[in-house]
Design a protein around this ligand. Structure first.
Ligand SMILES: [Zn+2]
Length: 88
């Protein structure tokens, strides 16, 4: 097993949760589509100023098995996921 990031690992060509080893997706698939997605409006976060764009959300991707936070990104509603395609 090799590490892809702090939270993801690769085993037998599949992307796995590094915490519980649950396979999330094949190497060419979007693992984010398999993760638990939570979206939070940036404007609702504590400390958000008035200048914050109301529509911007933070997407959090969690492991469906152990709940570990795998990745997060900021996006506008309807924007596709930022795919970090892992080559190897
Ligand atoms: Zn996990």
């Amino acid at each position: 097993m090799s590490r892809v990031s702090m939270t993801l690992a690769r085993e037998n060509g599949r992307i796995c949760c590094a915490s519980c080893k649950m396979p999330l997706a094949g190497g060419s698939e979007s693992w984010k589509a398999r993760a638990i997605l939570t979206e939070v409006s940036v404007a609702r976060l504590p400390g958000a100023g008035l200048g914050v764009e109301q529509e911007v959300t933070i997407r959090r991707f969690s492991c469906p098995s152990c709940g570990a936070l795998l990745d997060s990104e900021t996006a506008l509603p309807g924007e596709p996921f930022l795919e970090d395609v892992v080559l190897g």
